[in-house]
Ligand binder design. Structure first.
Ligand SMILES: NC(=O)c1ccc[n+]([C@@H]2O[C@H](COP(=O)([O-])OP(=O)(O)OC[C@H]3O[C@@H](n4cnc5c(N)ncnc54)[C@H](O)[C@@H]3O)[C@@H](O)[C@H]2O)c1
Ligand SMILES: [Zn+2]
Length: 383
């Protein structure tokens, strides 16, 4: 079996690590940083701590908080103008996947030029600016992945910067104290995104032995810690384990792939501004039910990572795993796709056809069809 496994991001994890951002920036020879931040952290005490840590070491900084969930191409392109005006040589991203992806896009455009749409699914010519990612949701794993998903607002789809050499965050700073402010729903959605990354990485057609090991550990960590973080947002140990799980799942899927859950959620997400993790949480079980018979053994391994004791056959064990997942998801009391508002049944056929054209569909565990996609959306619509 021939495969590549790429991971270069230095990971620093632990409560209070945020205050070391200045000295870390110094190791990257930074003199001026653009802090791309989620609006939740604009002018916050967290932002003050970052600025203080940078100031102490005479590193200038400029806040840029024009980040929307499902980040927009024009916000990235405007961010480049701000970065150029401040002659920045470091990007710091503070926030969830949206802030981190926007930060990556700005860092890539700073060195490569052009607009976001010029780089859709194309390798970059030069490395992006050095980057420190500080995730504040435990969800996307973007702090260790070499891709950035950006809304192409002209063409209404999510374009992707992807380059395993030139789009690598330099440092991922995982400080669980930054995630305790996440409300319960914003804990569950991104948390189930981690689970989805791990399950899709483990079952997609292009997994490898290293991504397999990472994916199973991420599943275990999410299963054990997400309910705790959901019930008690200040459980710092659960928060820490979720942040680590998110990075582990990120390393797994970026070196394997994701599959039909993501192909469908990206298609829906480009048309309706729904939270990425939440949509994945709703699509996950219906998609697994379709995929199950493509690889009973792998779905039975997943069941065991979810705490199921092996039953008489891999089929029974795999089914028991699906029941555990259903119970887990229903414990979060999430709205179904219909309740998110704005998505109508007459869009389902078109969405299903568009999801078939998404490249992720090709690596899904089982061959997809537009009618299978339509059935999955129908199920998630009335869960
Ligand atoms: N690059 C990758 O590898 C990758 C992987 C998966 C998903 N994504 C992308 O990431 C995006 C989703 O990211 P996300 O799920 O992390 O959500 P997000 O970054 O969009 O944030 C969701 C919401 O949570 C709020 N928030 C963030 N941190 C908070 C905190 N600590 N306390 C309170 N509120 C907080 C934000 O203000 C926002 O309203 C999507 O665009 C998706 O396509 C990227
Ligand atoms: Zn995802």
């Amino acid at each position: 079996m021939n495969f590549q496994f790429n991971h270069q991001t230095r990971i620093i994890s632990g409560a209070g690590e945020l205050d070391n951002v200045g000295s870390l920036a110094k190791t990257l020879s930074a003199t001026s940083a653009l802090i791309v931040c989620d609006p939740f952290f604009k002018d916050s005490s967290v932002m003050n701590r970052i600025q203080k840590s940078l100031n102490t070491l005479e590193i200038k900084s400029q806040e840029y908080a024009d980040v929307q969930p499902n980040p927009r191409d024009y916000d990235c392109e405007n961010g480049v103008k701000v970065a150029q005006a401040h002659k920045v040589n470091l990007i710091i991203a503070l926030g969830g996947g949206s802030a981190m992806d926007e930060g990556k896009a700005i860092g890539a455009l700073m060195t490569n030029g052009g607009k976001c749409s010029d780089w859709d699914a194309k390798p970059l010519n030069k490395p992006m600016l050095p980057m420190i990612c500080i995730p504040t949701t435990a969800g996307t794993g973007s702090e260790v992945t070499f891709c950035a998903v950006i809304d192409d607002t002209q063409r209404h789809f999510k374009m992707a910067f992807q380059d395993e050499v030139n789009l690598i965050p330099t440092i991922a700073l995982l400080d669980p104290e930054l995630t305790v402010t996440l409300p319960a729903k914003a804990t569950a959605g991104p948390g189930m995104d981690v689970m989805t990354h791990a399950i899709e990485a483990y079952t997609c057609k292009v997994h490898n032995p290293i991504s397999d090991a990472l994916a199973l550990q991420a599943i275990r960590l999410v299963y054990e810690n997400l309910p705790k973080a959901f019930k008690n947002p200040k459980d710092i140990n659960a928060r820490e384990n979720m942040l680590v799980a998110s990075s582990i799942a990120g390393m797994a899927f970026i070196n394997a792939n994701v599959g039909s859950v993501h192909a469908l959620s990206e298609t829906i997400g480009a048309l309706h501004d729904f939270p990425h993790g939440l949509v994945n949480a709703l699509l996950l079980v219906p998609t697994i039910e379709y995929n199950l018979d493509s690889n009973w053994k792998r779905f039975s391994d997943i069941a065991q990572a979810l705490g199921v004791t092996p039953l008489d056959s891999v089929e029974e064990t795999a089914h028991a795993g699906v029941s555990v997942l259903k119970k887990l998801i229903s414990s979060f009391d999430l709205p179904n796709l219909q309740e998110l508002g704005g998505l109508h049944t007459n869009e389902f056929s078109d969405i299903s056809k568009k999801a078939m054209q998404n490249d992720l569909t090709l690596d899904n565990s089982k061959t997809m069809t537009a009618s299978a996609y339509k059935e999955i959306i129908e199920k998630a619509y009335s869960l």
